[in-house]
Design a protein around this ligand. Structure first.
Ligand SMILES: [Mg+2]
Length: 290
């Protein structure tokens, strides 16, 4: 059994800021403060904590239980209009290749695909609606389950286990996201982690979180399928049995991902490009004292 959990924002779709606008609207309606989300680190966090933090920006204190419920209702009521506005403005996208990936995974026996998202359940469905991807997901863990992303993922696995009427080991769970928070939550729960670089993740934080697989998007499914153990690795050997590596680095990388020297080179180039984006191409100073 393989359980594959997908994050939504930046991993399945980009909703053009619809969630932020809906939350801004709800906070303004309750506290009078516009653009509260400008002061909140939204990406990768659960809705529960985003709602509390945005409310706090507007009101100067955390919301009561009743206020949080009201804020949630206002958000959910506003979200469909904001998602529609993104679609109309041409700012709603599916992440490249994700549909093909989901169709392929859905057809495989022994594979269950679900959501592992910080979005509230209602919010998740509303955001995914225009994409037509919802049909692939029979279960999920949501932002309404917990403040903590790892618990959200565990809840998704619990639901998968109920559906499958079988126990699921952590090693059978694969989490796919776009921020370091997805990776950290997966690791905390003992699950595998892979990320797309084309989402909302901050490159340096993503690199530090060290997922098992980093790929631009899903346009090339081969590394994803090898990582998931659904396709044979290109050299026809099983993971962990590669006995003549060209280098220890290649050995470690190949054993973990099934990718070879060319893939490593491409990966290094990609890391350099990301690093240049951060440093502006400046070389780090060497430690010579003057
Ligand atoms: Mg995300």
């Amino acid at each position: 059994m393989k359980i594959i959990l997908f994050d939504i924002d930046g991993t399945l779709v980009k909703a053009g800021g619809a969630g932020v606008r809906a939350l801004d609207h709800a906070v303004k309606a309750m506290t009078g403060r516009p653009n509260a989300c400008d002061s909140v680190q939204i990406q990768g966090a659960t809705d529960k904590s985003n709602f509390e933090n945005a409310f706090k920006v507007g009101k100067g204190r955390k919301p009561t239980k009743k206020e949080l419920a009201e804020l949630t209702d206002k958000y959910v009521a506003r979200l469909p209009a904001e998602v529609e506005a993104s679609v109309k403005a041409g700012k709603y996208f599916k992440v490249k290749g994700v549909e093909k990936f989901l169709v392929k995974l859905s057809a495989l026996p022994g594979v269950m695909i679900g959501l592992g998202t910080g979005n509230l359940k209602d919010g998740a469905f509303i955001k995914l609606e225009p994409s037509g991807l919802m049909k692939h997901f029979a279960f999920g863990g949501y932002g309404c389950d917990s403040h903590h992303r790892s618990e959200v993922l565990e809840k998704a696995v619990e639901r998968a286990s109920e559906l499958a009427k079988a126990g699921i080991k952590p090693g059978e769970v694969f989490v796919i996201g776009d921020t370091h928070r997805d990776v950290e939550a997966a690791k905390e729960a003992g699950y595998h982690s892979g990320v797309v670089l084309d989402g909302f993740g901050e490159p340096r934080a993503l690199m530090r979180s060290n997922p098992e697989l980093m790929a631009k998007d899903f346009s090339d499914l081969r590394p994803w399928l090898i990582w998931l153990g659904l396709e044979k690795d290109p050299r026809g050997v099983s993971r962990g049995t590669y006995i003549c590596p060209d280098s220890p680095i290649e050995h470690a990388h190949y054993g973990r991902t099934g990718m070879d020297l060319n893939d490593i080179e491409t990966g290094i180039q990609r890391l350099r490009a990301e690093k240049n984006k951060i440093t502006g191409g400046k070389k780090p100073r060497t430690g010579k004292a003057k």
